[in-house]
Design a protein around this ligand. Structure first.
Ligand code: NCD
Ligand code: ZN
Length: 352
């Protein structure tokens, strides 16, 4: 058994960096493990104007100028071609489609793709990428993703040259869908959809910290998602969908969907891939296929994981991370391990 493992620094192709104080937390935690990634636009107000995009990108850059961000904007019904062009000029590479009411801060989202036809055509002209939260909010919760397939197919058919990402795949039938489509179609896979099933949310006492959209599903779904991640198929790459919600809100009786995985996703993935004898597939999945699809340079920086083990903190800046309290066999090299432990100590002290 190897005691250390080195790979190119990963990209996280789906991150919710939030705003205000949480933004500093997420940028710190993301950049420890990732060289960069795709920034989601579901802030309040949303990133849907060039001014807000410039401002948000500037705030992130100020916190860490080396973190390579790919900025997205939120597609709003009736969005004009001129607005999309200005967003592109301001640095947006991706448009994000949220079906109205499907998830956190999506009430202003899209009821049918016909309402964003002009924006999509413009994105196509500009060579931008479409990222979709694929769920039909009026369907039964466990079938919402599957019931979105017809809409997904319709968009792909109407814009055959558009690169489209099927985000956070949770249903085995979506793996088949993405796999069966052209090279311009890819899918992201999260750590939590690779690790959890619905039993981890409602199988015992209800755990709001494992609640996300789309909800984690059955063992069969998880097995199909694992198979895709381990397969070495470049259509499937890592996007954490790391989405912190404060503990007090998660435990308030009305928990929003979202799991904070940025601080622990990389060691958790190393542990899982090793368990299935596929550690050699991890680098492509986390560090190569994503940037290749997005046309980004792979990172020249490397990270080394060692078999030192670390305990995922119970809480980080008011947020309970994925698998809080679990001991993971892999950890970062000593320097970073020290930082993590110091921050845990800091947390314990500061929560008194
Ligand atoms: C995300 C959030 O909290 O912003 N929540 C989630 O459950 N994944 C939004 C999203 O990507 O659906
Ligand atoms: Zn998300």
């Amino acid at each position: 058994m190897e005691n250390s493992f080195t790979m190119r620094k990963p990209y996280d192709m789906h991150m919710h960096l939030r705003q205000g104080e949480l933004l500093a937390t997420t940028v710190r935690d993301q950049s420890k493990w990732f060289c960069g990634g795709l920034v989601m636009p579901n802030t309040i107000p949303p990133v849907s104007t060039p001014e807000r995009l410039t401002d948000y990108a500037g705030q992130i850059r100020k916190l860490n100028p080396d973190f390579r961000t790919v900025m997205s904007f939120k597609l709003l019904p009736g969005m004009k071609s001129s607005v999309v062009r200005k967003l592109h000029d301001a640095g947006a590479a991706v448009g994000k489609l949220y079906p109205a009411g499907a998830t956190t801060n999506s009430e202003d989202g899209v009821k049918t793709w016909h309402n964003i036809k002009i924006a999509l055509a413009t994105m196509c002209d500009l060579g931008m990428i479409l990222s979709i939260h694929c769920e039909r909010p009026d369907a039964y919760c466990l079938d919402r993703e599957y019931k979105y397939h017809s809409e997904f197919r319709a968009i792909a058919k109407a814009f055959p040259d558009l690169k489209i990402v099927f985000e956070h795949i949770s249903d085995r039938r979506s793996i088949d869908l993405v796999d069966g489509m052209g090279e311009n179609i890819a899918g992201t896979i999260t750590a939590h959809h690779l690790l959890l099933t619905l039993d981890d949310v409602i199988g015992g006492n209800m755990n709001p910290h494992n609640f996300c959209k789309p909800v984690v599903k059955t063992e069969r779904d998880r097995a199909a998602i694992r198979e895709a991640a381990f397969s070495g198929n470049k259509k499937f790459f890592f996007g954490s969908d790391s989405a912190p919600h404060l503990r007090i809100k998660k435990e308030s009786g009305s928990a929003g969907g979202g799991i904070y995985s940025a601080p622990c996703a990389v060691p958790l993935m190393a542990e899982l891939f090793e368990q299935y004898g596929c550690l050699d597939k991890l680098e492509n999945f986390m560090s190569v296929f994503g940037p290749e699809f997005y046309g980004l340079p792979v990172s020249e920086d490397k990270i080394t994981l060692v078999k030192a083990g670390f305990r995922i903190p119970d809480e980080i800046d008011g947020v309970v991370p994925l698998m809080a309290g679990k001991n993971v066999s892999w950890s970062y090299h000593k320097g970073i391990l020290k930082t993590i432990m110091e921050s845990e100590l800091y947390l314990r002290n500061s929560s008194c």
